[in-house]
Design a protein around this ligand. Sequence first.
Ligand SMILES: [Cu+2]
Length: 560
Amino acid sequence: MRTIVSRPPLLAAVLVAGAACWLIPVRLAGADPSPTLGAWIAGAIAALVLTALLIPHARRAAAALTDRPGTPASPTLEGASIGLAAALGAGFGAVLADAVAGTLGRELALELVRDVSLAAFVTAPLALVTLAGARAAAPVKGRELATEPSGSAPARALGSTRRGFLKAGAGGVAVAAVARSVPVAAAAEKTFHLTITDGDIHMIDEVPVFCRTFAGTDGKPQMPGPFIGNPGPFDTGREVLEGDDVLVTVTNLTPRDHTFLIESTGSEEPTRPVVGPVTIPQGGIPVEIRFKAPDAGTYIYRDADRNNRILGMHGVMVVMPGDGSNRPYTNGTPGSLTIPSEFLAQYVWVLHDIDPLLGEYARARPHQQVLDFPFDKITPRYFTINGVSGVESTESLVTVPVFPVQDTAAPQVGTLIRVVNTGVASHSPHWHGNHVFVVMFNERPSKANFVIEKDVMRIAALQRVAVLLPVHSGLDAWPPLDPKKGFEEQEYPMHCHAEMSQTAAGGLYPMGMLTDWRLVSGPQDVAAARARVRSGHKTRRVKAQIARARAANAKKIRWR
Ligand SMILES: [Cu+2]
């Protein structure tokens, strides 16, 4: 299939033959006089030549329509373009056959349009299938990717592209290459795989923003990157306990080098790193990073370069206490606050700021590892929690804690929320409904016999704050919520007090950094409340509103 696609005459022959198989019988069945066999053959030869000549132009036209200059078009776009070229060739051939046989009607243009449309019925799907088949058949090998120069010329010659390939099989390559270079991982070692990639991520208003980031399990760019350790409910990943042997393999599928850093403090520059910065060279060979899990706590992994981190190269590592308890750290850590009870569940809120202009700057410089984009020019326009914002984060169970009112007799209390700022702005989460207890700041437990109760907590860039949110209404709230009397649901917002963060795209309010937490009267009500959260109802409504507003605007601009 690849040979067919890479040679225009062969591809033209396949497409024209397909068109003829449809055009000729349709014409024979019609009422109009049909050309003779000799005339059809002459027409077919002309169609063949014209199509073969048109195919390279069709390819160029498709590439010109692609959103990323210098990147080959998608198989769909290229297939449609080539299919149209073949339909033009076949239509012209049919008209020529008519002319040779003397069966040409008076409406020459009309006949040409009819024959082109008839041919397109066959050539468009045929071209799409052939191209898709050729791409699927292109060999995918870790070694080829590893030795591939950054211009990605060999990949293109195969009819594949680096980018198309990244999207299709990032996970596959990582696994194949790891199998080659890692003999047998020790049984006790906790292994995590990260893949560095880049590409567009769509914001709440459907605007695509270019990101340098880590890939999700589907191979697509994801922000934040996959967790190291288990962040909380609904995640089936392994937990990392302090002192565990951890192996992180990082595979870089971009055409530039990157770095990998886990810093224990909140400092931009590494001062007390757990890991790195380790260089992760381009080329797709996984780099193995082995380390002992540090003290229990919340850590940020990231590219050591700030611009790359803002562009999306960050994620979170959650380390649980060595005694296996549901506490932010092991009780008895000298000088630290004793946490009397275990928590019911934990959540991680990754706060991030996104600047689309920085994204475009990076898109235009795929080979530049360190972008010369000054810090004071960074202007975030999207503010996310766990990669989503506005209504979308209020409809995510990963982000929204839902609990029955605390049973005072239960041994476990409240929910731990690890708030992590991977962005550049300072953020100030404000919890409605109750106060939170600050139990950790960065890598440090709170001091013994001293716990701060907060409503609003300032969290600067790279800081991590773990708070315990009691799952009952505030003790000073009146009237207090009485679960015995029953109530359907209490929905409390959490929003950031840095006001620009409450918008998206410079004005879409309130579509920024906010979420909810919810209380129900008893365990029997949790399932229904969770179903309401994940219904996606508000998100669909808001996205439809945004789409309508955009369409109305586009109309205005057209008529002006
Ligand atoms: Cu507030």
